[in-house]
Design a protein around this ligand. Structure first.
Ligand SMILES: [Zn+2]
Length: 290
């Protein structure tokens, strides 16, 4: 046992304007929603861990590149924050650290809104990804790209990938003190979620970051299947949604959907107010309310 997590800071790395049916399978196609693009900074006794990296801003700011890449992903509009800099760098600075302070990166999956910042870490920082996700992204051109997985974001020999060989039946694998990867394949072929356990010295408890295994509160509260999937049926995503919810209930952890426009800013505020942890006894119901 290497201890747990000392502090969590949520990063908001942009927005997406997209059909709500992308997140909730079968929802009215004409209804659109604005969802935040998530990143998570985690401080452990061993250093800083980053979960997910947001967009590659060059592919949004350059009109031709935007058409070339985002034009393939029908109906999803990618938006950066208003300021001119790099969103990941700016958000980390707001949290008080520079990119160079990150000692370890893990990505839930390789969609462009999660893997677009990997280029910052070429040159040594270990990047944890499920092996089947990287294989899918590298070996299925152009299908992967048409599914929002842009090889330009991660096809770099200088990226130091640590390939996780997870199976759906596995117990969560500890990749850093208090940070565990849990395979939730379906939204993409090698998608993974993360469990973050706070150290007892900061009150214990923890968080389940579903990422795109459950975009919105409704995926959990109404057992609503995820709409965007690769290589499986939307209904199959319910297996992971139920597993994550059960895990959170059994262990008293707080459930975090990946792109919920109410939950994400609310949790960011709660964590900031409590110095990077949550008040003892804080529940998923409290987080989802309002
Ligand atoms: Zn995704």
């Amino acid at each position: 046992m290497r201890g747990g997590v000392l502090r969590v800071v949520l990063l908001t790395l942009g927005e997406e304007y997209l059909p709500k049916a992308w997140s909730l399978h079968g929802f009215d196609r004409s209804e659109k929603i604005t969802e935040p693009v998530p990143g998570v900074l985690i401080e452990t006794g061993d250093g800083f861990v980053l979960l997910d990296t947001g967009f590659n801003p060059a592919l949004i700011r350059d009109p031709a590149l935007y058409r070339r890449f985002h034009g393939l992903v029908s109906g999803v509009e990618a938006r950066l924050p208003q300021w001119p800099g790099d969103p990941l760098e700016e958000e980390l600075l707001r949290a008080g650290i520079g990119l160079e302070a990150i000692s370890q990166v893990a990505v839930s999956h390789l969609h462009n809104d999660h893997a677009g910042g990997l280029r910052h870490f070429a040159g040594g920082t270990p990047v944890y990804v499920q092996e089947r996700e990287l294989r899918y992204g590298l070996d299925n051109f152009p299908e992967a790209e048409e599914n929002g997985i842009f090889r330009v974001d991660f096809d770099d020999p200088k990226l130091n990938f640590v390939l996780l060989k997870g199976h759906l039946s596995d117990v969560p694998e500890e990749i850093a003190p208090g940070v565990f990867a849990l395979p939730t394949f379906g939204h993409t072929p090698g998608h993974q979620s993360f469990i973050v356990r706070f150290d007892e010295s900061v009150g214990g408890g923890g968080l389940v970051f579903a990422f795109d295994a459950a975009d919105l509160r409704e995926n959990f509260t109404e057992e609503w299947p995820v709409g965007g999937v690769i290589g499986c049926q939307p209904e199959e995503t319910l297996e992971h949604i139920r597993r994550l919810r059960r895990l959170a209930e059994e262990e008293g952890l707080v459930l975090i959907p990946g792109h919920d426009p109410h939950v994400w800013p609310k949790l960011a505020g709660e964590l900031d107010r409590a110095g990077g942890t949550l008040p003892v006894g804080y529940t998923t119901e409290q987080l989802f309310s309002g």
